[in-house]
Design a protein around this ligand. Structure first.
Ligand code: NAD
Length: 493
């Protein structure tokens, strides 16, 4: 009996350039794998140079002619909603492909469908809100107009851990703002995003408004450097973020950089151990721990440590590690063998420095014995100075504290600042600590993957990025401002 992921057929990659489909044909010499079995699935491909050029030329043409930005508002809104409807028709297939390629459980990739299709209505709301044209009173009774105009062709770069929802959030906002958009999916999980090409085509978007090209960091870097692209929205790792920031610096090209984290989970002395243990388990296992807001460091009041770890290990024993495509799987494998090797290397380095690994989740066997599975693991006895970097997997370090001041110093003790979590029954005390943590978001007594509010920004501090994203913020990122008005003769009194 094949395991569910072995029954998934992986479609050939498609480029979607200037309204036409083609095949990316540059071989990158690397294989996409079925992460559940380790079997080869598909060779990684990149778009040929001449096709990249055609995509860039088409995006520049669409912008120069106003073929998208100058469409009547109702027409642009209609295309956005048609795109969303076409994605909705393909949602089940996108969820299946993303479960296969990313290793994230099918249950979760199915839930992500809400974002992949819902992002379009949210972006349309921003366009309808009137923010793109407002006025102020000017001199001599004249009006000052404040226009928010699309920067121009935008490049959308997404990582492999939740590609379709991130691509939808970026594409919906870029297009709503009036920017023609080129999406380059992750070379490690391109197949779900490829269905956006079919959806755009079926929605009848004018040629060149939305395009898809393929490749790895080299293709991404080549596009970032092209002067025809005027705004870069990137979600990915620190190395990519830094090189994009450098490439954008000479021309001051706007870049939205959503990077990694090393999130602190602080368990205060009065925490409800059951709630905290459940939070720790969620933060180690959601998206297989391959989540920018996953647990990085568990910072626990010293007298609670032993009981908390015991409760966490008991819960982890019941986590079903299995084939990511099966609907009853709680947690799937790491995305590819290279990533698994990297994580094991990071774990071994901590163990070599005196750390002790704690894990209790049974690894799958049989057909899945060759898969890239990693049991969620906490590592104790690690010096906080050795726990500075992001580990993009289900591995966290454990640090004890005696006073809230020590907890805060530990929580703020890395250069990252994406998300943090505080558990404590005295909410006022937990919130007070939370307000001092240098992170874009701090959740008290909760650990879900949902935002506290759909309209709350998702900011980043330090090495976690710059130019915050969010329902309003990402739309606004794609717009530049122009202030226009008549001054007339100045009366200096
Ligand atoms: P990555 O940086 O390797 O790649 C992300 C995307 O950018 C891919 O499409 C890749 O081909 C491209 N890319 C990489 N380097 C580039 C460069 N120099 N120039 C242009 N394009 C480049 O990231 P990944 O391994 O796919 O994803 C994991 C990382 O993403 C983790 O660090 C994780 O924390 C982060 N992440 C952050 C968020 C967030 O919202 N802050 C969300 C998800 C993932």
């Amino acid at each position: 009996m094949p395991t569910p992921s072995q029954l998934v057929s992986i479609p050939d990659l498609v480029d979607y350039i200037d309204g036409a489909f083609s095949t990316p044909s540059e071989d990158l010499g690397v294989w996409l794998e079925n992460p559940n079995t380790g079997e080869r699935a598909q060779p990684q491909k990149a778009t040929r140079a001449e096709n990249l050029e055609r995509a860039l030329a088409a995006a520049a043409r669409v912008h120069a002619t106003g073929a998208w930005a100058k469409l009547p508002l109702e027409e642009r809104l209609g295309y956005l909603m048609a795109f969303s409807a076409e994605l909705d028709k393909r949602q089940a297939r996108i969820a299946e492909l993303e479960a296969f390629t990313t290793g994230v459980s099918h249950r979760l990739t199915s839930l992500f469908g809400l974002i992949t299709t819902g992002a379009w209505a949210l972006a349309a709301e921003q366009l309808k809100s009137g923010w793109t044209l407002s006025t102020l009173p000017g001199p001599n009774g004249n009006t000052v107009e404040i226009h928010r105009r699309p920067w121009g062709p935008a490049l959308l770069l997404v990582p492999w851990n939740a590609p379709a929802p991130m691509a939808a959030h970026k594409a919906a906002n870029a297009l709503a703002a009036g920017c023609p958009a080129i999406l380059k999916p992750s070379e490690w999980a391109p197949n779900g995003c490829d269905l956006f090409a079919e959806a755009a085509h079926a929605a009848g978007l004018p040629a060149g408004v939305f395009q898809i090209v393929h490749g790895g960091p080299a293709v991404g870097a080549q596009l970032v450097a092209d002067p025809r692209l005027r705004a870069i929205s990137f979600t990915g790792g620190l190395a990519g973020g830094r090189s994009i920031a450098q490439a954008c610096a000479p021309d001051f090209k706007p870049a939205q950089l959503e990077l990694g984290g090393n999130s602190a989970v602080v368990v205060l002395a009065d925490a409800d151990l059951e709630v905290a243990a459940q939070g720790v388990v969620s933060l180690l296992t959601s998206l297989n721990g391959q989540w920018c807001r996953a647990l990085g460091r568990l910072i626990v009041h010293r007298p609670l440590q032993a009981r908390l770890l015991e409760a966490v290990l008991e819960k982890l024993r019941h986590v079903r590690l299995g084939d990511s495509v099966a609907m009853d799987t709680d947690m799937g494998p790491m995305v590819h063998s290279g990533h698994l090797r990297k994580l094991r290397g990071q774990m071994d380095a901590l163990l070599a420095k005196g750390g002790h690994a704690l894990a209790s989740t049974p690894l799958p066997n049989g057909d899945l014995a060759g898969g890239h599975f990693l049991a969620p693991t906490l590592i104790t006895d690690v010096d906080p100075r050795d726990a500075q970097d992001e580990i993009f997997g289900p591995i966290g370090t454990v640090h004890a504290f005696d006073t809230d001041a020590e907890a805060l110093a530990l929580a703020n003790g890395t250069p990252y600042g994406l998300e943090a979590y505080v558990f404590g029954q005295d909410e006022a005390r937990a919130l007070a600590l939370g307000r001092e943590i240098r992170a874009g978001g701090v959740k008290v007594n909760g650990a879900s993957i949902l935002s506290l509010n759909l309209m709350a920004p998702r900011p980043a501090w330090g090495l976690s990025g710059i130019s915050e994203e969010g329902t309003l913020e990402t739309f606004r990122f794609f717009c530049g401002t122009r202030v226009v008005g008549v001054e007339g003769p100045l009366s200096l009194g």
